[in-house]
Design a protein around this ligand. Structure first.
Ligand code: NAG
Ligand code: NAG
Ligand code: NAG
Ligand code: NAG
Ligand code: NAG
Ligand code: NAG
Ligand code: NAG
Length: 239
C-alpha cells in the first residue's frame, strides 16, 4: 500500500521533471527564433551596406558578426531588438536602395535624404507597414513611385522631392488617411494629380516642378459656399 503510493509520487516527480525540460526547450526555441529574426534584420541592413559606396565611413560600425544591428550607428531599435529607425540623411552615400529593406517589419523612420542614392524605389518598401516617415528627398532616384506605398497606412511624412522619379502618381496613395506632409516636387512625374482622399489637403506646392504633371483641377467647392444657382445661366434646363 505504502509502496504503491511511493510509486505514484515518483511518477509525479518524473512527470514534473519532463514538463520542466519541455518548458526549457520551448524557451530556448523561442529565444532562437527571436535571435534569428534580429539577425535577419542585421543581414538585411548589411546586404544594403555591401551595395553602397561610403566615402565618409558612416557605416563603419555596421558589422555583420554582431548578434543584432542595435549597436550600429544610425540604427535605432525598440526593446525587442527590432529596428525602428534608420537615420542616414546627409551621409554622402552612393548606390541603390535594396529590396531587403522591406524585411525591417517594425521600421518607423527611413531617413535617407540628401545623399546620392540612385536606382528605383523597391516595391518591397510597401511592406514596411509601421512606417511613419519615408524621407528620400534630394537624391537621384528614378523610375516610378511604387503602387505598394499605398499599403503604408501609418505614413505621415512622404518626401520624395528632388529626384528623377517618373510615371503617374499612384492612386493608392490617396488611401493613406494618416498622410500629413507630401512633397513630390522637382521630379519627372506625369499624368493627373489625384485630388480625392488624403490628397484633398495638398496644394500645388507638393507637386511643383514636374513638367509633365497636369495642373490640379480642384473639385467645385461644397454647396454651402456656392451662390444660389441661377436657372438662366446656361445650366441644364427641363425644357
Ligand atoms: C567585426 O567584429 C568582429 C568581432 O568583434 C571583429 O573581429 C571584426 O574586425 C569586425 N569587422 C569590421 C569590419 O569591423
Ligand atoms: C562626399 O564624397 C566624395 C567622394 O565620393 C568626396 O569627394 C566629398 O568630399 C564628400 N563630401 C562630403 C561633404 O563629405
Ligand atoms: C553619385 O553616384 C554615382 C554612381 O551612381 C557616381 O558616379 C558619382 O560619383 C556619385 N557622386 C558623388 C558626389 O558621390
Ligand atoms: C514584400 O513585398 C513584395 C512586393 O510588394 C511581396 O511580393 C512580398 O510577398 C512581400 N513580403 C512580405 C514578407 O510581406
Ligand atoms: C530642388 O529642386 C528645386 C527646383 O529645381 C531647386 O530649386 C532646388 O535647388 C533643389 N534642391 C536641391 C538640394 O537639389
Ligand atoms: C524627364 O523625362 C524626359 C522624357 O521621359 C527625359 O527626356 C528627361 O531627361 C527627364 N528628366 C529628368 C530630370 O529626369
Ligand atoms: C480616388 O479616386 C480614384 C479614382 O479616380 C480611386 O481609384 C481611389 O480609390 C480614390 N481614393 C479614395 C481614397 O477614395
Amino acid at each position: 500500500m505504502a509502496k504503491a503510493l511511493g510509486n505514484v509520487e515518483e511518477e509525479d516527480r518524473r512527470d514534473m521533471r519532463m514538463m520542466g525540460s519541455l518548458l526549457l526547450l520551448a524557451i530556448l526555441a523561442f529565444d532562437l527564433v527571436l535571435n534569428v529574426s534580429a539577425n535577419a534584420e542585421g543581414d538585411a541592413l548589411y546586404a544594403w551596406k555591401t551595395k553602397l559606396v561610403d566615402p565618409n565611413n558612416v557605416l563603419q560600425s555596421w558589422n555583420a558578426s554582431l548578434v543584432n544591428p542595435c549597436t550600429w550607428f544610425h540604427v535605432t531599435c525598440n526593446s525587442d531588438n527590432s529596428v525602428v529607425r534608420i537615420d542616414l540623411g546627409d551621409a554622402n552615400l552612393s548606390g541603390p536602395l535594396v529590396p531587403q529593406l522591406g524585411q525591417l517589419s517594425n521600421l518607423q523612420y527611413l531617413e535617407v535624404y540628401s545623399n546620392n542614392i540612385s536606382g528605383t524605389i523597391p516595391k518591397e518598401i510597401g511592406n514596411l507597414t509601421k512606417l511613419v516617415s519615408l524621407d528620400l528627398f534630394f537624391n537621384r532616384l528614378s523610375g516610378p513611385i511604387p503602387d505598394t506605398l499605398g499599403n503604408l497606412q501609418r505614413l505621415r511624412f512622404l518626401r520624395l522631392n528632388n529626384n528623377s522619379l517618373s510615371g503617374n502618381i499612384p492612386m493608392s496613395l490617396t488611401a493613406i488617411a494618416s498622410l500629413q506632409v507630401l512633397d513630390l516636387s522637382s521630379n519627372n512625374l506625369t499624368g493627373d494629380i489625384p485630388i480625392n482622399g488624403s490628397f484633398a489637403f495638398f496644394t500645388p506646392m507638393s507637386f511643383r516642378n514636374n513638367p509633365g504633371l497636369k495642373p490640379q483641377k480642384f473639385p467645385p467647392p461644397p454647396p454651402r459656399f456656392q451662390i444660389a444657382p441661377t436657372p438662366s445661366a446656361g445650366g441644364p434646363s427641363s425644357a
